[in-house]
Design a protein around this ligand. Structure first.
Ligand code: ASP
Length: 319
């Protein structure tokens, strides 16, 4: 092996499609097969870009687009409903090269909100656009736009009705918050040594219109810096914002010289101890991959340095 080959950077990618109360005893084999197929498709979309020598930003975008188009996942097509029976989507992308980033919140229109976030990064002088201005920006950004009904799915409507009925019954909100959410995201390292992250979500079922979660908040649900890592988080967004999860992991690595595995595991544990269920996927510039979670499951898939594709759903499940 030549010196050049020896130092060749091996690309890696990790993705998630939401975390929460995901139990073996309530999932049918058909559902499990469908989730694993969706995860594998998304991983394949990102992996294809990376193995062709493409960049990490294109890889994470491709993986997230695949999951946004899959109605099983809470992003794009399968987005949950707000309490007003509308959809308000959030997304963000970040490049580890120069901390370039773009984010969008509270929109319903672009078929792929992650592409809208990327357009904010690449075609505007800003990093974060919201509401009506965001929508107008996306309409002029050559993105595919869809009518609101495109995002309506039967299963999300049922989830909304169940949540509204639960609230109307006056029962205390002691049921697992984790059942109400979901998100998709990816983090990757390319052959050029650059990392990137992307996250996209419909947010939480029956959320108050106008509510913004952690996914589009740079430094909370999404983060990338070549010196440390790329991260996409999923979970109860209010807690992930309060803990500045993405930046917290970055700071522990950069300033305290912690490993990716330790920084990610400790932060997710601490968020859980505060009451925030969820997890994250992360990669660093050395090709390490971390996928910690503090709840019973996280839909996830990854390809590490060995090139092997894995999918996993339950906490103790590392296929
Ligand atoms: N973090 C997302 C939000 O709070 C939801 C999730 O990841 O499940 O909007």
């Amino acid at each position: 092996m030549s010196a050049a080959e020896e130092h060749k950077i091996v690309p890696v990618i990790a993705l998630h499609a939401g975390a929460g109360t995901i139990r073996r005893d309530t999932m049918t084999p058909e559902q499990e097969t469908a989730y694993r197929a969706g995860l594998r498709d998304a991983l394949e979309a990102g992996r294809t870009v990376l193995l062709a020598g493409g960049n990490a930003m294109d890889a994470v975008t491709a993986a997230v687009v695949s999951m946004e188009d899959n109605p099983l996942f809470n992003a794009g097509r399968g987005s949950v409903f707000t309490s007003d029976r509308t959809h308000e989507m959030d997304a963000a992308v970040m490049s580890g090269v120069d901390r370039a980033c773009g984010a969008i919140t509270g929109i319903c229109g672009p078929r792929n909100p992650v592409l809208a976030a990327r357009a904010v990064m690449e075609k505007s002088e800003h990093v974060f656009l919201a509401g009506d201005g965001a929508r107008r920006f996306t309409e002029t950004s050559a993105l595919t736009m869809m009518p609101p009904t495109y995002f309506d799915t039967e299963s999300r409507l049922k989830a909304l009705e169940a949540e509204l009925a639960h609230r109307a019954s006056g029962a205390s909100d002691d049921h697992d918050e984790a059942r109400k959410h979901g998100t998709v995201g990816a983090a990757a390292l390319d052959v050029h040594g650059n990392v990137a992250a992307a996250t996209s979500t419909g947010g939480m079922t029956a959320k108050m219109p106008g509510r913004v979660g952690d996914s589009p908040v740079i430094g909370a649900g999404t983060w990338a810096d070549n010196r440390t890592c790329a991260i996409s988080a999923t979970g109860h967004g209010e807690y992930f914002i309060r803990f500045a999860v993405g930046h917290e992991v970055d700071a522990r690595m950069r300033l305290c010289h912690e490993s990716l595995a330790k920084a990610c595991a400790d932060v997710i544990k601490e968020v859980g101890e505060m009451g925030g269920s969820g997890g994250l996927v992360a990669v660093d510039a050395h090709g390490n991959v971390a996928l910690p979670l503090n709840c019973s499951g996280m839909y996830r898939a990854w390809m590490g340095r060995d090139g092997v594709v894995h999918t996993a759903i339950f906490h103790d499940d590392d296929e």
